[in-house]
Design a binder for this molecule. Structure first.
Ligand code: FES
Length: 184
């Protein structure tokens, strides 16, 4: 008696005919979407926490102190400009025959920072060419007025104290104010 071998229907034909293959593909698709979902979730959560951390630690601008000591009067040579405090405090310390005063390093044209040119004896602004004498008086270029001066006094320890919260403008006659210079 001969038996006809029959091939089971499940082993032939297209995948749509194969329920096992079909469900395996569905599973793969499901995991793929699940992974994508997790990635999206992780990205969104990371972004959220980044924003939160930026919020907790906002940008803080550390400004140099407005009041500071610049040494003793005898530390300064007569008829000279000291540029030691330009970078840190935006101040030049000038000593002439009789006084010491603190000049602002901000150009009165558009706010650039001039340079002290020792050989030419003047402050020269690199932006538009304004020139200021050692006193701070403008004499060339577009700057409309002299540099400003800051309050200076002698602290208890004998050192010079500069107070940038109080400034003095030449055009208002404020350089006459005894707080705008020290007599030496
Ligand atoms: S900012 Fe100094 S000359 Fe213009």
């Amino acid at each position: 008696m001969s038996e006809d071998k029959k091939i089971p229907a499940a082993s032939v034909g297209s995948s749509s005919d194969n329920p096992f293959k079909s469900s395996s593909m569905e599973r793969r698709g499901f995991f793929k979407w699940l992974s994508l979902g997790w990635l999206a979730f992780a990205g969104a959560t990371g972004g959220f926490f980044t924003v939160m951390i930026r919020f907790l630690f906002p940008n803080v601008l550390f400004e140099p102190p407005q009041t500071f000591k610049i040494g003793f009067p005898d530390d300064y040579s007569t008829n000279a400009v000291d540029i030691s405090y330009k970078k840190q405090f935006n101040v030049w310390v000038v000593r002439d025959d009789e006084t010491i005063f603190a000049l602002s390093t901000t150009c009165t044209h558009l706010g650039c920072t001039p340079n002290w040119l020792q050989t030419e004896g003047k402050f020269k602004c690199p932006c538009h060419g304004s020139g200021f004498r050692m006193t701070g008086i403008n004499f060339e270029g577009p700057a409309p007025r002299p540099l400003e001066r800051y309050k200076v006094s002698i602290a208890n320890d004998g050192r010079i104290l500069v107070d940038k919260t109080k400034s003095f403008k030449w055009e208002k006659g404020e350089w006459e104010n005894p707080e705008s210079y020290l007599t030496v």
